[in-house]
Design a protein around this ligand. Structure first.
Ligand SMILES: [Zn+2]
Length: 70
């Protein structure tokens, strides 16, 4: 007797910002899945920092080669 429960499709999708864990809307959000441009840049900054570390190690290798050259 119970009819299958229908889920409305027009409801706003609420997502969690991966940076600050705050709930934010998916619709009309240019920074999704983040809540704001700040959180988006913060997340991108984390990746850039790791890349800087790698290039820093490369630098040590270059100076090592220079010492061998002398
Ligand atoms: Zn956020």
């Amino acid at each position: 007797m119970t009819s299958p429960s229908e889920q409305p499709k027009n409801i706003c999708t609420i997502i969690k910002c991966p940076t600050c864990q705050q709930t934010t809307r998916w619709q009309n959000n240019p920074y999704r899945p983040f809540c704001s441009n700040r959180c988006r840049l913060l997340d991108l900054g984390c990746w850039a920092e790791e890349e800087y570390r790698v290039s820093g190690e490369d630098r040590i290798n270059i100076s090592d080669t220079e010492e061998n050259f002398e």
